[in-house]
Design a protein around this ligand. Structure first.
Ligand code: GLN
Length: 491
């Protein structure tokens, strides 16, 4: 296998056994970056100098036989809405273009404590609002499987980087599917942990009752290690849970014999692409052969999920984004004639169209006279969606369904049709509303040769079971080993 195609754990093994130095890996890595990144455009900021320094330190520690962390020597990318000390964090927005955080997010602090090497900050839809990474103010990231297609979003920079071997691992974030959906469209593994499993401290807020940092990796075993590192209680986030973090890798190969897998009929209805439908159904056959029982279930309130999400998420966003006023941080207009004019111009010039649309929708849903009709009603339906899952999980151990109703779509194809874009979140959003964990793993390819992802959902805090179920499939198949044909001189 080519070196940069290795998984994170494989490259780490080579570094720890001194087969190759961390510094040599990182140098090769940045050479490849120069080759491929201009086509993929996965990164907003590249952290080359610092990464080489860190790699050199790791080699020195190794020579001195010092104890190294769980992610020692592994190059990792961070979505650009997660704060990194002394490294730009822009949220792909003009309004934060020059923002350099004075602190690390909890998850980033954990990565550093475990000796990971941060190679850069990845592109996203502005403030994580979108499903295609086309809403970035800076660049459009391309799907490594076909540069004319979107990588999905909003963590499209992270998933494209991992798919193109421009990172071994990455952090992404989810509010309504932003890790799982682009993971599916790029053919990599994406985990959205239980709400509260990972601290949100340092994750720039979008919809605070939904936001969660997630993992993007080349395979399930890498996801198990990365999640273990970033999970856990943090005093800085009162919604982070005081639930012990297990070793997710331990017992990951226990199989699925006797497990009950629920198939929600609402997720295999109209609008589902035929290739996606077939790929997921083929995967279910494999699970059956491996001893799992397939059980038909119903999640009757699924049809309301998109509407509920776009009220709740936008309402919270309209409140969270009020802080970008040109006073405390970020962009400030230079043509204002008074304080109110300064606020207006700063926000008009600083935010992109999609963000403005969300702020307006959110403020509308919260405004007096409409609050009960929209926000309150949506909150009630949200409880019903959660209850659907509670009832389902009384009968089954996990739920399997497509991650996205369609494979990647062409750049520009949906850019002017926000409603169509919103509707494609139908399979990912319910898990965010219910707060349960989910994983997307590669399970096939469309006729056009684009990756297809399958989603597995489980009860709150059952990430261990999720990873075990995902790994059982991965071990039997080779979809995760397929690579896009990229022309590169450095592999
Ligand atoms: N696509 C969804 C949206 O546009 C989800 C975004 C996310 O999960 N951050 O809001």
């Amino acid at each position: 296998m080519r070196l940069l195609e290795s998984t994170a754990l494989q490259i780490q093994e080579k570094i720890l056994s001194k087969e190759i130095r961390a510094k040599d890996v990182i140098k090769l890595f940045f050479e490849r970056m120069k080759d491929i990144e201009p086509h993929v455009q996965a990164y907003i900021t590249i952290n080359e100098e610092d990464a080489i320094k860190k790699a050199t330190e790791i080699d020195k520690k190794l020579e001195r036989n010092e104890k190294l962390g769980l992610l020692a020597g592994i190059p990792i990318a961070i979505k650009d809405n997660i704060c990194t000390k002394n490294l730009h964090t822009t949220c792909a927005s003009k309004i934060l273009k020059n923002f350099i955080p004075p602190y690390d997010a909890f998850a980033v602090k954990r990565l550093k404590e475990e000796d990971a090497i941060i190679v850069g900050k990845t592109n996203l839809d502005e403030f994580a609002m979108g499903s295609s990474t086309e809403n970035s103010s800076f660049k459009i990231t391309r799907n490594p499987w076909n540069y004319n297609y979107v990588p999905g979003g909003s963590s499209g920079g992270s998933t494209a980087a991992v798919a193109a071997d421009l990172s071994f691992m990455a952090l992404g974030s989810e509010t309504g599917g932003s890790v799982r959906q682009p993971a599916a469209l790029c053919g990599v593994v994406g985990v959205k942990p239980t709400y509260g499993r990972v601290s949100r401290y340092g994750l720039v807020a979008f919809g605070s009752s939904l936001d969660q940092i997630g993992t993007v990796t080349k395979d399930v075993r890498d996801a198990a290690v990365l999640l273990r590192v970033i999970a856990g209680h943090d005093l800085h986030d009162s919604t982070s849970a005081q639930v012990p973090v297990p070793d997710y890798s331990n017992g990951i190969d226990s199989g699925v014999d006797g497990l009950k897998i629920g198939i929600p009929k609402e997720y295999f209805a109209g609008g589902l692409n035929k290739d996606v439908d077939n790929a997921v159904k083929d995967a279910l056959k494999i699970y059956k052969q491996l001893g799992a029982k397939i059980v038909d279930i119903s999640l009757p309130h699924t049809e309301y999920a998109v509407a509920v999400y776009y009220i709740v998420a936008n309402a919270e966003a309209s409140s969270n984004l009020a802080r970008y006023d040109g006073v405390r941080y970020g962009y400030r207009t230079d043509r204002a004639s008074g304080i109110v004019d300064m606020y207006c111009r700063t926000r008009s010039e600083g935010f992109g169209n999609e963000v403005k649309r969300r702020i307006m929708l959110g403020n509308y849903a919260l405004s007096s006279g409409y609050y009960d009709a929209y926000y309150l009603k949506a909150s009630k339906v949200r409880s019903l969606i959660k209850k659907d899952f509670d009832i389902a999980f009384e009968k089954v151990d996990c739920i399997i369904c497509p991650t996205s109703p369609v494979p990647a779509f062409k750049i520009g194809e949906r850019a002017n049709n926000p409603l169509e874009m919103y509707l494609s979140d139908i399979y990912t959003i319910p898990a965010n509303l219910a707060g349960i964990p989910g994983i997307s793993i590669p399970c096939g390819f469309s006729k056009e040769g684009l990756p297809i992802g399958m989603q597995i959902l489980a009860r709150h805090f059952e990430e261990k079971k999720l990873l075990q179920i995902a790994y059982t499939f991965e071990r039997k198949t080779d979809f995760h080993l397929k690579k896009p044909a990229l022309k590169a001189s450095v592999v």
